[in-house]
Structure formats: structure tokens, C-alpha cells
Design a protein around this ligand. Structure first.
Ligand code: ATP
Ligand code: MG
Ligand code: MG
Length: 347
């Protein structure tokens, strides 16, 4: 028994709450909105701002452990006592692309060439040093490719700087990758680490489209190296819970792109495609329980996101008896909004 507090009320919170319920826990969601994908499956719902420290403290006092599915929780507002998992230090690193890249380098990882950009002059200097094409990314609050501008010509510097809202940023050199993949691991309270098969990811307009496990080709060859590196990051952060790390597979080895200190879209296939899902193992980890097997079920698993109106095709999707359909119960399908996903296990 016991109650798990989840900061964030999106589809990740919904799938965590379902996994928690299966293990006999109640969940209490903290999110500013009056409703969200997690509303119907959680026992309670607090709708206050993420930076309302008093409301967060009241929320934390009502639960046994606090976790988060939303990455832009205000770290300063999180309760100081030792009931927040993954550790807030990991969230702090992941919230800022500059801190994240320098942390990855300190741990011996390779990252795209990058420069800190605070002004348009910094951007022009960075473009001279790194060359084009390059990608300008805000340091904070970016997701699904938002807050990013690709720069193919230095003459576009000012437009790109305005495009990202003139916010503190990093300029990254474009990585010539052959594949993108992610490593998803879970670290328990006793330091045990389990890892799922590496996942190969394809994006559409900066948004995850298709995940395939296990990764094939170059990504498969580089998975062991990337997996060991992701474990090193988890150890260094004294991590507890699911950690997802994104990599580019290049001719010179894996290049670390970013990490998410939470369950991850590229791990949704684990619900049907693995003995234990990322959601269940995350709940087990933050509750101090032993972790479950991450073995693959079948030969190969595919997960496709349903963006916007694609979710309306649910009848066609269900007509194929091999498909597992997940709909998040969101109203208002903006074109690139994640409305659900479909998983197929190839036995
Ligand atoms: P997420 O939704 O995964 O959090 P995000 O908004 O944080 O996305 P990134 O993961 O940094 O953004 O970039 C989105 C995608 O853009 C990457 O998956 C990759 O396809 C491409 N991309 C980003 N940075 C680079 C780079 N330096 N070189 C080449 N491609 C890149
Ligand atoms: Mg990101
Ligand atoms: Mg990413």
C-alpha cells in the first residue's frame, strides 16, 4: 500500500499511475491543469503551479514518495527531505542543455561540438567556430524539437536568434548520424541496474515517430558502449528510477544527445514488449522494491506514435489483431500533439 505523488499529469503520469495501481499503490497527481491524461486513473489531483513551493510541500506531505513525469518542475520548489526520486540533482542537470553536455563530457562521453550562446554576438562567433549547418537550441524548456532553429547559412543568425525567443541557448554542430537510438535503464534503491534492449528511433519534424527494439545495424553495434555510459551517468547521479539517454550512432561511435530523468516515449513498447515495463520498474525502484526482468518478448517490437488526427484511425488500427492501441484520452488534437501510440510485438 501507500501513496505515490507524481508531478505532471500527462500520458507518462497516466501510464505510471496504471502501473502503480497494479502494484497496489494509490497515486496523487500534481499538475497545474484542471484535467489531463492522468486525471481519470489517479486517486487524487492537485492543480497548482509547479513553482508554488507551499502547494508542493502540502502535496509532498500527503504522499509517501514523490516522483515526476514532467521535466520542467521547479527544482527549488521540490521538498528538501529525501523522498523525491529520481534525485532532484539529476533533474537539475537534465533541465539545462549546457549543464547536461558538460556533465556528459566529464563522465567521458562524446557530445556534438557546442558553444554557449547568450547574445547574438555569441551566436555569430559560435557559427564562425562550428560552421554550418548548426542547430541553435534553448538551454531550457525545449521538447519535441521546440525551441530549436537549424542554421544553414550564417546570414540567418539573427532570424534564428529571434526564432528561439532570444533566450540563453547552445549552438550545436550538426551530427552526421546513421541512426538514432536510446538507452533506457532503471536503477533500484540498492544500486541494482537493469537495462532494456537499445531502441532505434525515427523522428518526424523533431517528434518521435517510430521506435524499434532491439536496435539494428550501427545502433546495435554501439548499444553496449552507450549502455555502459548511461550506467556511468546513473551511478554518478546516485540515480533511482528510469533514466533514458538519447544517442546518435556515428562512424566514430555513439554521440550522447540528451537524457530524460524519467520514463520516456521511446520506452512505451516495454508495456507489451518486455517482461517488465519501464513504468512498472520505475514504480518498483522509487518504492524500494526489487526490479523486474527487462527481457524482450518476441524477436522485435515496434511502437508508433499517433499524432493529432492519426488517433482517429483507431478502428483501422484495431482491425489488425496484432496491434495494441493506447489512447491517452486527450481532447483537442493539434497536428503534432501526442494522442496515443500503437505497439506491435513480432514473435
Ligand atoms: P525530445 O522531445 O526528445 O526531448 P528535444 O526537443 O529535446 O526532443 P533534441 O532531442 O535535442 O530535442 O532534438 C530533436 C531531434 O533533432 C533529434 O532527435 C535529432 O533527430 C535532431 N537533432 C538534434 N540535435 C542534433 C544535432 N546536433 N545533429 C543532428 N541532429 C540533431
Ligand atoms: Mg529533450
Ligand atoms: Mg530528444
Amino acid at each position: 500500500g501507500g501513496t505515490i505523488g507524481i508531478m505532471g499529469g500527462g500520458q507518462l503520469g497516466r501510464m505510471l499511475a496504471i502501473a502503480a495501481a497494479n502494484l497496489g499503490y494509490r497515486t496523487h497527481i500534481y499538475a497545474p491543469g484542471m484535467s489531463g491524461p492522468a486525471t481519470e486513473v489517479a486517486a487524487r489531483w492537485t492543480h497548482s503551479a509547479y513553482d508554488d513551493a507551499a502547494a508542493v510541500a502540502a502535496f509532498a506531505a500527503q504522499v509517501d514518495v514523490v516522483t515526476y513525469e514532467f521535466e520542467n518542475v521547479d527544482v527549488a520548489s521540490l521538498p528538501a527531505h529525501n523522498c523525491v526520486f529520481p534525485p532532484p540533482e539529476a533533474l537539475e542537470v537534465a533541465q539545462d542543455r549546457l549543464t547536461e553536455k558538460s556533465f556528459a563530457e566529464q563522465q567521458g562521453g562524446r557530445v556534438a561540438p557546442y558553444r554557449k550562446v547568450d547574445t547574438i554576438e555569441d551566436l555569430r562567433a559560435a557559427l564562425r567556430e562550428l560552421g554550418c549547418p548548426a542547430i541553435l537550441k534553448t538551454r531550457r524548456f525545449g521538447y519535441d524539437g521546440k525551441g530549436q532553429e537549424r542554421i544553414d547559412d550564417p546570414a540567418r543568425a539573427a532570424a534564428a536568434w529571434i526564432g528561439i525567443g532570444q533566450r540563453p541557448a547552445v549552438l550545436e554542430g550538426l551530427v552526421r548520424f546513421e541512426a538514432e537510438f536510446s538507452i533506457i535503464l532503471c536503477r533500484g534503491m540498492d544500486g541494482t541496474v537493469v537495462r532494456w534492449d537499445a531502441v532505434e528511433n525515427q523522428h518526424r519534424h523533431g517528434i518521435l515517430d517510430l521506435s524499434t527494439a532491439p536496435a539494428t545495424g550501427l545502433a546495435a553495434e554501439q548499444a553496449a558502449q552507450a549502455g555502459a555510459f548511461a550506467e556511468r551517468l546513473a551511478e554518478a547521479l546516485d540515480y533511482v528510477g528510469v533514466l533514458a539517454c538519447e544517442f546518435f550512432a556515428t562512424k566514430d561511435g555513439p554521440v550522447f544527445n540528451e537524457m530524460a530523468p524519467r520514463v520516456h516515449n521511446s520506452g512505451h513498447w516495454t508495456i507489451e514488449g518486455s517482461v517488465t515495463s519501464q513504468f512498472e520498474n520505475h514504480i518498483r525502484a522509487i518504492c524500494g522494491l526489487p526490479l523486474g526482468s527487462t527481457d524482450l518478448i518476441g524477436r522485435r517490437v515496434e511502437m508508433r506514435n499517433l499524432l493529432g488526427a492519426e488517433a482517429e484511425q483507431w478502428q483501422t488500427i484495431l482491425a489488425d489483431r496484432s496491434n495494441h492501441l493506447h489512447l491517452y484520452g486527450k481532447s483537442g488534437a493539434r497536428p503534432d500533439r501526442k494522442m496515443g501510440h500503437v505497439t506491435r510485438v513480432f514473435v
